[in-house]
Design a protein around this ligand. Structure first.
Ligand SMILES: [Zn+2]
Length: 300
């Protein structure tokens, strides 16, 4: 485990950690050296017992996973962690923004879950970056890892002339939200006209209206905070129609269901409360109810 993923000192720490592991277990070296280490390097065999720190450094640069790659929409969303890890097996998953698998990290343990039905023989993809990141940044980051993504989201975004404008409008709102998250009324006053603008930018596009879904989720939370449960429920229901695809995990749909459960509880509809909590559980990737309660106890 290292701190500050983009930091050179941290990268060196990761190499040192990997070297220590290999000293204890030299048989592991082949598995590690087999990982992608950049186009310019030939895959020459490294003799048994020899530790190639430079190669490890490059392997770390191309393969490390950061815990903060996926933004979450709970309270911790605005404070990202800066841990990063190197895992051998998960490094073999290729990238797609619309990935059919989703990873969660518990400290230095990674758990990979299916985010869609995966047929036998079908490739399993993880998203290396948060797919909610704006298109230009996704493209730039993936290019720095020497590949391009041709997933449906990237194809749609590349043809969408309003992408940049929409992302700029959303970024303005997000900045405001960060600064004013304890004043939901102010956020709603600022957010409603922005919601309208973002909706307009999607008038010619029918799929992956991610920014609209994000706006609705944030506002739904704000309406829940000012005790307007009906509005909160209305917004969340629209979100469900917008993220009926693997991206629902990226917008942390489980947490959305919990917010809505609380709204139903406030209007005295216990049946709906239980239904929504059940949905939150199903979409939370928790192994059992105890695990679920542990993760979401603050909100239940
Ligand atoms: Zn993509």
């Amino acid at each position: 485990m290292i701190r500050k993923k983009a930091d050179t000192a941290a990268s060196m720490l990761q190499v040192i950690h990997a070297m220590e592991q290999l000293q204890k277990n030299p048989k592991r070296a082949k598995e590690l050296y087999d990982l992608y280490s950049g186009d310019s390097v030939k895959d020459e065999e490294i003799p048994f017992g020899i530790i190639d720190a430079a190669r490890m450094y490059r392997i770390g640069a191309f393969n490390r996973f950061a815990s903060d790659d996926h933004m979450t929409l709970n309270e911790d969303q605005l404070e990202k962690t800066d841990d990063a890890h190197l895992f051998i097996l998960p490094s073999y998953f290729n990238h797609s923004c619309i990935a059919n698998a989703y990873r969660t990290c518990y400290g230095d343990v990674m758990v990979v879950h299916a985010a869609a039905d995966i047929k036998k023989g079908e490739e399993i993809y993880l998203s290396y970056i948060c797919p909610l990141t704006e298109y230009s940044k996704r493209k730039e980051t993936l290019n720095s890892w020497k590949f391009e993504c041709h997933c449906q989201l990237c194809e749609t975004d590349s043809k969408d002339k309003l992408c940049f404008k929409r992302d700029r409008i959303f970024a303005e709102f997000f900045k405001y939200l960060k600064a004013n998250k304890s004043s939901p009324k102010k956020v709603i006053a600022k957010g409603e006209p922005i919601l309208k603008k973002i909706r307009e930018t999607y008038s010619d596009r029918n799929e992956y209206k991610i920014r609209l879904a994000e706006m609705l989720i944030f506002l739904s939370q704000m309406y829940a905070d000012i005790d307007n449960p009906l509005k909160s429920i209305q917004y969340f229901e629209e979100v469900l129609t917008l993220v009926d695809n693997p991206l629902k995990y990226s917008v942390n749909i489980a947490f959305g269901y919990i917010t809505i459960a609380q709204c139903y509880s406030r209007i005295g509809n216990n049946q709906k409360y239980n239904e929504m909590i059940q949905k939150a559980y199903e979409f939370s990737f928790c192994n059992n109810k105890d695990h679920f309660k542990m993760r979401f106890s603050r909100f239940l």
